[in-house]
Write a protein that binds this ligand. Structure first.
Ligand SMILES: [Zn+2]
Length: 246
């Protein structure tokens, strides 16, 4: 049995009611009747995968279906079953096999080829479905210990709750759940926005899926800012989150 990751399911009402350490192989690849696996246990919660490139590639590719549809189909010899699996995927990985690429201590000796192979374990189609990809550089000690005036979490929470209410009132569902034709309706762009997106599609070689996801994220950024429509700045920020692997 292989220990895979931690799922934390966050209740709509309480902060956190269940943290579950799981072993995905025991249920996903064994015989017998189809049963809901860990991906379904994370339904309406967060599926956190640490050290993403260390997962079996086949397991990672399984994530593509639920990330797109909110369901997972499990097939056993003669039977097939569909389970709900609408979760928020959060994943973490190192920048290179040793973990020190770009670190101020200069310890990394990984070759460009090793780095490319390590990052290549995450397939393009899976990356395509991850809306926010950010590099978090290690902070030098002085910066780590410096006390900045950060925005309190309670204020952030309030802003997020307001944005969610707005989305419910506008379209009866969160932005992430918008279908393509709804995206066209709710994510209208002005001329500057159109130009920006066209440029990004060409430069970052974006798929139609990535394009739709960029629009949905830009709409969320607009909602969080209390803007009435997607502005160029929201779009630019949304596109920016696709750059880490480019
Ligand atoms: Zn390294």
């Amino acid at each position: 049995m292989k220990l895979f990751a931690i799922i934390s399911r966050i209740s709509e009402l309480t902060h956190c009611f269940f943290i579950h350490v799981f072993a995905i192989n025991s249920r996903s690849h064994s015989g017998g009747n189809p049963r809901p696996g860990e991906i379904s246990l994370a339904h309406h919660g967060v599926l956190f995968l640490d050290e993403l490139p260390e997962f079996d590639r086949k397991v990672l590719e399984v994530l593509r279906e639920p990330l797109e549809t909110g369901h997972i189909t499990i097939s056993r010899a003669a039977r097939q079953a569909e389970f709900p699996a609408r979760f928020q995927l959060v994943a973490a990985m190192n920048p290179c096999p040793c973990g020190y690429l770009g670190h101020h201590n200069g310890k990394c000796r990984c070759t460009p080829d090793q780095v490319a192979r390590y990052r290549g374990r995450i397939s393009g189609p899976l990356l395509d479905r991850i809306d926010i990809q950010i590099e978090v550089p290690a902070l030098p000690e002085s910066e780590l210990l410096a006390r900045g005036a950060a925005e309190p979490s309670a204020a952030v929470r309030e802003r997020v709750a307001r944005a969610r209410e707005l989305q419910q009132a506008r379209q009866g569902k969160p932005n992430a759940a918008l279908a393509p034709q709804e995206i066209e309706l709710h994510c209208r762009l002005d001329a500057a926005g159109e130009a920006l997106v066209r440029q990004a599609i060409a430069r970052l070689d974006l798929s139609a899926r990535a394009y739709h996801r960029i629009l949905k994220l830009a709409l969320t950024l607009a909602d969080l800012a209390g803007a009435h429509r997607i502005e160029a700045a929201h779009l630019a920020e949304s596109i920016q989150y696709r750059r880490a692997f480019n």
